[in-house]
Design a protein around this ligand. Structure first.
Ligand SMILES: NC(=O)c1ccc[n+]([C@@H]2O[C@H](COP(=O)([O-])OP(=O)(O)OC[C@H]3O[C@@H](n4cnc5c(N)ncnc54)[C@H](OP(=O)(O)O)[C@@H]3O)[C@@H](O)[C@H]2O)c1
Length: 322
């Protein structure tokens, strides 16, 4: 059984693969057709489609990313496609917590002040960091906020969404949940409730897959329903948010944002999001930690073992019946 992996894959990541699996290292630019039964897709998206065209006999394609929106358009139905659901739960949910806490505690502002060697905490924070209420609430200057007591709306209550909630719970927040379809215990609202829930949240976390139904899910109308000064966290995919509407709301200082993903991606130099106020951006690194890579290849090895044993595969997205 031939397992195709990236040519640069570190040997230690192959430790859990069974001896029956013949590891085939695939170059980034495969010159001539090559036989592979089980293909572990590279993370480098642009290479993947071209590489696939040079592979022969692929029965299973295993992505190690949770979202397979970028694979589905070119993967034929004759190949069983499996995603990386579950293996990102820790890294992606920790990124969401970090983004929320960084924003609540104004870390980007204080890091900017540090770079300018300015000790301005209690003296003045006069940059209108939170334009909608000025920099004070009542008699108090807003130098940092508590997460405790806030209401967090998680849009996409799947594997990562649930991991986000379990990490938020010790902070004493109220969690509201939205998924494609409604269910009980815990109460998860259907997506039809989104408009009713948005005005109730201080923090809105997007962690849905990118599909036709979620593209543009947060447009001007939805952003307008968010509370003044509310935080929009996008750890899903850039096109889930309408970028122009987001830029406008940020420039008007109506909301804040923390983005691991943007549309377009990579965000080009000079794009208005870079300089939009109250917007923290990281370059799609939320799921990527060294610990994640090890989890990912342990999972891939498990899938290869299932395949060799004729057992059902996990995380099947499209089933070709192998
Ligand atoms: N920033 C990063 O580095 C990073 C890392 C990992 C993942 N992600 C993104 O996060 C996404 C979610 O990952 P996951 O592992 O949690 O996936 P998952 O377990 O499949 O959960 C997806 C959730 O989204 C919901 N959903 C799907 N379509 C929806 C719609 N039209 N309206 C409302 N909710 C909808 C699903 O609802 P049901 O439960 O009703 O089906 C489910 O609750 C991935 O697809 C990927 O795009 C990003």
């Amino acid at each position: 059984m031939r397992v195709g992996v990236d040519e640069n894959l570190a040997v230690e990541l192959l430790a859990d693969f069974p001896p029956e699996a013949e590891i085939v290292r695939l170059s980034r630019t495969i010159a001539s057709p090559i036989d592979v039964d089980f293909w572990i897709l590279p993370f480098y998206r642009k290479d993947a489609e071209a590489a696939f065209r040079q592979l022969r006999g692929v029965k299973v394609a295993q992505s190690l990313m949770a979202g397979v929106d970028w694979i589905l358009p070119w993967m034929p139905a004759s190949v069983t496609l499996c995603d990386g659901r579950g293996i990102h739960d820790i890294s992606a949910s920790e990124w969401v917590l970090a983004a929320i806490m960084a924003t609540m505690k104004r870390m980007p502002l204080y890091r900017d002040l540090q770079n300018q060697q300015q000790w301005r905490g209690f003296a003045t924070v006069t940059d209108d960091f939170m334009g909608e209420t000025g920099t004070s609430r009542g008699q108090y200057k807003i130098l940092a906020e508590d997460l405790s007591g806030k209401t967090v709306l998680i849009v996409g209550y799947g594997s990562i969404g649930a991991a986000i909630e379990s990490r938020l719970t010790p902070f004493g927040v109220t969690v509201l949940r939205v998924a494609r379809s409604a269910r009980e215990q815990p109460l998860v609202n259907g997506i039809s409730e989104l408009h009713a829930l948005l005005p109730k949240a201080d923090i809105v976390v997007l962690i849905v897959p990118l599909t036709d139904a979620t593209r543009g899910l947060m447009g001007a109308a939805e952003i307008a329903l968010m509370r003044p000064g509310a935080l929009l966290v996008n750890a899903a995919r850039g096109p889930v948010v309408v970028t122009d509407a987001l830029v406008q709301a940020l420039e008007q200082k109506r909301i804040r944002a923390a983005l691991d993903v943007t549309d377009p991606e990579p965000l080009p130099a000079g794009h208005p999001l870079w300089s939009a106020p109250n917007c923290l951006i990281t370059p799609h690194i939320g799921g990527s930690t060294p610990e994640f890579i090890h989890r990912a290849f342990r999972f891939a090895a498990l899938q290869v073992r299932h395949f060799i044993a004729g057992e059902p595969l996990e995380n099947v997205v499209t089933d070709a019946g192998y």
